[in-house]
Design a binder for this molecule. Structure first.
Ligand SMILES: *[C@@H]1O[C@H](CO)[C@@H](O)[C@H](O)[C@H]1NC(C)=O
Ligand SMILES: [Zn+2]
Length: 471
C-alpha cells in the first residue's frame, strides 16, 4: 500500500514524462483512426516549443503514440502477407520504436536492396509519421494491382519507422524527453562532440544499432518547416555556410530531384532551385543523421522537408499525402531502377565473396552483403562508369558500364585458383621484384660455382685415377 502511494506520488510529480508510458500501456483510443484525441492534449493547448517558448499546437486529428502503435499493429495483421512489425528499441520514456518492414519476404534476407523511411525525428514535426502510415497502407492496398507498388514489394525491403521521437511528439517539442535534438546526436565527421557513446540518446543508439544489422542502400527522414529535398553534406569543416558536396554529389542531386519532381509543387520552390538543396549551403548542422548514414552506414540518406507548417491542421494531412505519394514511391523505386547491381561470387559453385564496389572518380566504396554478396551501387543515370569489384586475396576486376535511364546488372565472378595465383604473383611483382631477381641470380651463380668446383674435382680425381692406369 505504501509502495502504491509512493508510486502514485512519483507519477504525479513526473506526470509529463510518465504519461507516454501510461498511454502506451493501452488507454484505448475512442476512435482507432486517430480522430478524437485522448488525454494528452486538447486542441490549442499551449506547450513548450523547441526554444523553450510556448507554442500553440492543434493536435486534434493526429494519432497519439498509442493510436500509432495500434495503427502499426493493425497494419501488421491486415497486411501480414507482405509485412512484419518489429521494434528497434525504446525511447527515453519507454515507448517502443516500431518499424514496419514491407517485402514479399519480410524478415528474410534476400539479395535485394533495403530502403528506410524515418518520420518524426523532431517531436514537433508530426506530418511524416502520418504520411508514413498512409504509405504503408497504400502499398498494402495496391500490391499486385499497381506496377510501382508491386515492383517495390517484389524487389526492395522497405523499412518504415513512423516515429523516431515519440516522447518529443507527446511533449510537443523538437527534442526528445531529455530535450536533446536527435538530429544533432550522431557522431560527426568534423567535430567529436558526440563521440561519447554513453551520453548518446537511446533513440539515436537504436538507429545506429539498426544500421549495423540491416544493410540499407538508401533512406530518407521526414521533417517539417520547409518544402525541399536536402542532401549531404550537412556540415562543413570550418562551419562556414557554403555548398559542400560529398563524393556522391551527382547521385544525391539526382535522388533529391526524383523526390522534388514527383512532388505536387516542391520543384516550383522560389527559395530552392528545383526544390533541392545541399545541406551546408542552406545551413550547416553537425551530428546529423544524414551525413552519418552516408559515412558510417553505407546508406545514401536524404532529409525531406515536406510541409511549411510543422503542425498543419489534421484535415490537411490527406492532401499532404497526395502531394507526397508519388515522390515517396518513386524514391524507393530508385534503389532498383538506377545504378549497378549484382553479386560477387566464386566461379566454382557461386559462393558469395565478401567484396566491395568502387567507382573510378568517386571516393566511396559500397560493401556487398555478407549473406549473398549482393551489392547495390546507386549512380546517376546517363553516364559511363568504371566499376571495380574488390575482394581481399583476389585480383580486382574492373568493367565499364554505360547507364541510360535505367540501372544495370553486373555479376563479378572470381576464379578461386587462377585469381588467387595471379594475386600472389602481383604481390611479388611489387617493389620487392629486384630483391627476388637478385636472389635468383645469386642462387644460380652459387649453383654454377659449385658445379665447376665439383667437375674440376672430378676431373682431378679422374685424372688421378687414370694416371696409374695409364702410367
Ligand atoms: C504549393 O502548394 C501549396 C498548397 O497549395 C501552397 O501553399 C504553396 O505555396 C505552393 N508552393 C509553391 C512553391 O508553389
Ligand atoms: Zn526537423
Amino acid at each position: 500500500m505504501k509502495l502504491l502511494v509512493s508510486v502514485l506520488f512519483i507519477s504525479l510529480c513526473f506526470s509529463s514524462s510518465v504519461l507516454p508510458a501510461i498511454a502506451r500501456g493501452g488507454i484505448p483510443s475512442s476512435n482507432p483512426t486517430g480522430y478524437g484525441y485522448g488525454t494528452q492534449t486538447g486542441s490549442g493547448r499551449h506547450l513548450f516549443g523547441e526554444d523553450g517558448s510556448q507554442t500553440s499546437v492543434d493536435a486534434q486529428g493526429y494519432m497519439t503514440n498509442s493510436d500509432l502503435e495500434m495503427a502499426i499493429k493493425d497494419f501488421g495483421r491486415r497486411c501480414s502477407n507482405i509485412s512484419r512489425v518489429y521494434s528497434i528499441g525504446e525511447s527515453v520514456n519507454g515507448v517502443p520504436l516500431w518499424v514496419i518492414e514491407i517485402s514479399d519476404k519480410p524478415g528474410e534476407e534476400e539479395p535485394e536492396p533495403a530502403f528506410k523511411y524515418i518520420g518524426n525525428v523532431h517531436g514537433d514535426e508530426p506530418v511524416g509519421r502520418e504520411l508514413l502510415m498512409h504509405l504503408a497502407n497504400w502499398i498494402c492496398d495496391n500490391f499486385l494491382t499497381d506496377p510501382m507498388v508491386t515492383l517495390i514489394v517484389d524487389n526492395v525491403h522497405l523499412h518504415i519507422l513512423p516515429s523516431m521521437n515519440p516522447d518529443g511528439f507527446s511533449l510537443r517539442r523538437r527534442g526528445n524527453a531529455n530535450n536533446i535534438d536527435l538530429n544533432r546526436d550522431f557522431p560527426d565527421q568534423f567535430f567529436n562532440m558526440n563521440d561519447d557513446v554513453d551520453v548518446r540518446q537511446p533513440e539515436t543508439r537504436a538507429i545506429m544499432k539498426w544500421l549495423r544489422k540491416i544493410h540499407f542502400t538508401a533512406s530518407a527522414s521526414l521533417h517539417g518547416g520547409a518544402v525541399v529535398a536536402n542532401y549531404p553534406w550537412d556540415g562543413t569543416q570550418d562551419k562556414r555556410r557554403m555548398y559542400f558536396g560529398c563524393p556522391d554529389d551527382k547521385i544525391f542531386r539526382f535522388l533529391a530531384s526524383v523526390y522534388s519532381r514527383s512532388h505536387y509543387n516542391m520543384s516550383l520552390s522560389k527559395e530552392f532551385e528545383g526544390g533541392i538543396t545541399n545541406g551546408a549551403s542552406w545551413y550547416p548542422i553537425y551530428g546529423g543523421m544524414q551525413d552519418w548514414n552516408y559515412i558510417y552506414g553505407g546508406c545514401l540518406e536524404l532529409t525531406l522537408e515536406i510541409s511549411d507548417n510543422k503542425w498543419p491542421p489534421a484535415n490537411e494531412l490527406l492532401t499532404l499525402w497526395e502531394y507526397n505519394k508519388k515522390s515517396m514511391l518513386d524514391l524507393v523505386a530508385t534503389v532498383v531502377q538506377t545504378g549497378v547491381h549484382g553479386r560477387i561470387l566464386t566461379s566454382d559453385g557461386g559462393k558469395p565473396l565478401p567484396g566491395s564496389i568502387a567507382i573510378n572518380g568517386i571516393d566511396y566504396t559500397v560493401k556487398a552483403s555478407t549473406a549473398f554478396a549482393d551489392y547495390h551501387r546507386l549512380l546517376a543515370p546517363g553516364g559511363r562508369y568504371e566499376v571495380t569489384a574488390i575482394v581481399p586475396g583476389y585480383k580486382s576486376k574492373t568493367t565499364v558500364i554505360s547507364l541510360e535511364e535505367s540501372g544495370t546488372n553486373v555479376d563479378f565472378i572470381f576464379d578461386p585458383e587462377v585469381d588467387r595465383r595471379w594475386d600472389s604473383i602481383s604481390i611479388i611483382w611489387g617493389p620487392r621484384l629486384e630483391v627476388y631477381l637478385l636472389m635468383i641470380v645469386a642462387v644460380f651463380l652459387l649453383f654454377l660455382c659449385r658445379r665447376r668446383t665439383i667437375s674440376r674435382l672430378k676431373q682431378r680425381q679422374l685424372a688421378g685415377l687414370k694416371r696409374p692406369v695409364v702410367v
